[in-house]
Design a protein around this ligand. Structure first.
Ligand code: NAP
Length: 271
């Protein structure tokens, strides 16, 4: 669905570019509805040439011109940016921050008025339109603003909304960091194939497509992963031997612990 609003992307880095790219490709906005900012003139020029949108180093004017402001800068810069744009924010505008570990309460406190702020945790798979974004609305966010944020992130994958902000740490650990875990799994499966003689490129393709296929089966059938696993595990067959090795290597516990530890780390950074 196309937005009528103008959107400012504050910080056109990796995630900022991903959002610009996908919003334009999916026709969520036109080029004349998008503004971008960066701290360096050369990056501004490169991004301007790449997307034919208005990009400069002036955060204030980008925010003044826009209805939706997406903060895609590093977390440590968020307080400085909020102080800088405070004077041009008003109740009609929506601020969305994708900065990890920065709470809506903390951001609301940096401003001298009640502004709609949504905390979003997207992931890097947004680059290929298979992202997972979780939105958490701050205390001043109405339905319309939440719906706008939903539409923006729906253009780069799937979206979920949570109210309990303390869960954003586990969201960060699970879907924010999730692509990294799947890369490691794909790399390891491919190495297994290479060890058994498969050509490298083919091994990588078989591993990646199997992980993608498994994920799609879970999402499309709605069945429990254990049911799907049982369906492909023939008694005395090949798969059960592979599964036994994974159990022996502590595969499940390792993944559960990964989420536990990464969640603790996110909580620690938030403090
Ligand atoms: N990468 C991920 O997978 C991921 C996933 C979820 C959330 N996030 C969050 O997304 C945010 C951005 O991450 P990233 O990986 O995209 O970082 P990044 O590539 O370093 O992008 C940050 C951008 O902010 C710009 N910037 C710095 N100071 C600025 C200022 N004063 N005004 C305007 N722009 C400024 C930088 O521009 P210059 O280079 O010109 O300084 C850079 O282009 C982080 O808060 C992170 O927590 C990232």
């Amino acid at each position: 669905m196309k937005l009528k609003q103008k959107v400012a992307i504050i910080g056109v880095g990796k995630m900022g570019n991903t959002l610009i790219d996908s919003m334009l490709k999916n026709k969520v906005v036109n080029t004349n509805q998008l503004y971008g900012t960066t701290s360096r003139l050369e990056t501004a020029e490169q991004t301007r040439e790449k997307y034919h949108i208005n990009v400069n180093t002036d955060n204030l004017s980008a925010v003044r011109e826009s209805d939706i402001i997406i903060l895609t800068v590093k977390p440590q810069i968020i307080p400085r940016i909020l102080k800088e744009i405070n004077e041009v924010l008003d109740k009609e505008k929506l601020v969305i921050s994708i900065a990890a570990a920065i709470t809506t309460h903390f951001m609301e406190e940096q401003l001298d008025k009640d502004i709609s702020i949504i905390r979003a945790m997207p992931n890097v798979a947004s680059l290929v339109n298979e992202g997972m974004t979780v939105l958490c609305p701050g205390q001043f966010v109405g339905k319309e603003h939440l719906n706008l944020a939903f539409q923006i992130f729906k253009s780069v994958g799937d979206v979920a909304v949570i109210e309990r902000e303390e869960l954003m740490d586990v969201v960060t650990a699970l879907s924010g960091s999730g692509p990294a875990y799947s890369y490691m799994m794909i790399e390891s499966l491919a190495d297994g194939g290479i060890r058994m003689g498969l050509p490298r490129e083919l091994a990588r393709k078989l591993a990646a497509q199997s992980v993608l296929g498994g994920a799609k089966m879970v999402l499309k059938t709605g069945l429990h992963p254990a049911v799907l696993k049982d369906d492909v595990t023939t008694p005395a067959g090949v798969t059960i031997d592979g599964l036994m090795e994974l159990e022996d290597g502590g595969f499940r516990v390792a993944l559960i612990k990964a989420i536990d530890h990464a969640t603790q780390k996110s909580k620690q950074i938030s403090k």
